[in-house]
Design a binder for this molecule. Structure first.
Ligand SMILES: C[S@@+](CC[C@H](N)C(=O)[O-])C[C@H]1O[C@@H](n2cnc3c(N)ncnc32)[C@H](O)[C@@H]1O
Length: 224
């Protein structure tokens, strides 16, 4: 539900999966299972955790034909605590189990993020794994007055918890908090430079097209 991508930013996730050799993925907050499907195209095995029984049912129906995807029901931090010791290869974690208004679950405890980080850090491969946390802006300055502010850690609290057990590189791009092993910094920066080059090229192309359209209009009017 981020401000830039609705769901996992697939090009960034793909860059981390390829650059760090990640073969597994864990998502918290399945919702409709959109990002689950995107992650399923990148890695060998995906686990996704959802608290709302309605969304669990929908996601299980949607991914029934994909044995590499498992939809788990329950509170993300509690389920992760049981799952993490079995994550025996470096993984991509997409942490997105925060309350998102409407009929989503989690209103009573709106952001389980710190407990999720504690749980995933018990995995034997936590140090080599990468973590993407959706809605970075919620941890910078909560944009919704009806959100219970005391439930949401600040960005610095999140960063401290991410670095409590492993020396992670941490940054934020595309409304996502990114935490990787130190070697992930080069992967993230290569991704960002390539994206910036592509964005610059497409804005130059738009400017060229606008100029051509202006020239064509002037020529039809017989202007010099
Ligand atoms: C923003 S949506 C997730 C979107 C999805 N990850 C995607 O990328 O398309 C948040 C989801 O988290 C679920 N949720 C809220 N609190 C939760 C918790 N403690 N444990 C598991 N799921 C939770 C909500 O029911 C909702 O479906």
């Amino acid at each position: 539900m981020g401000l830039v991508y609705s769901g996992v930013p697939a090009p960034l996730a793909r860059a981390l999966v390829d650059g760090l050799g990640l073969r597994l993925a864990v998502e918290t907050g399945t919702n409709l299972g959109e990002s689950t499907a995107a992650l399923g195209e990148m890695v060998d095995r995906v686990w996704t955790v959802e608290l709302s029984p309605k969304y669990v049912e929908w996601a299980r129906a949607r991914h029934a034909g994909t044995p590499a995807i498992t939809v788990l029901e329950g509170d993300s931090a509690a389920v992760l605590a049981g799952l993490a010791p079995r994550i025996d290869r470096p993984a991509l974690y997409w942490l997105d189990a925060h309350w998102c208004a409407g009929d989503s679950a989690g209103f009573e405890a709106q952001c389980p993020l710190l407990a999720e980080i504690d749980a995933l850090d018990t995995s034997p491969t936590a140090a080599e794994s990468a973590i993407l946390i959706d809605d970075a802006s919620f941890f910078l300055a909560c944009p919704y007055p009806d959100y219970r502010r005391s439930d949401w850690p600040t960005f610095l609290e999140v960063a401290d918890r991410l670095r409590a057990r492993h020396p992670r590189y941490i940054t934020t791009l595309l409304d996502v908090i990114i935490a990787t092993p130190p070697a992930g910094r080069a992967v993230v920066e290569r991704f960002w430079q390539a994206k910036r080059d592509a964005d610059m090229e497409s804005s130059r192309e738009r400017a060229r097209q606008a100029e051509e359209a202006l020239r064509a209009r002037s020529a039809t009017r017989g202007e010099p």
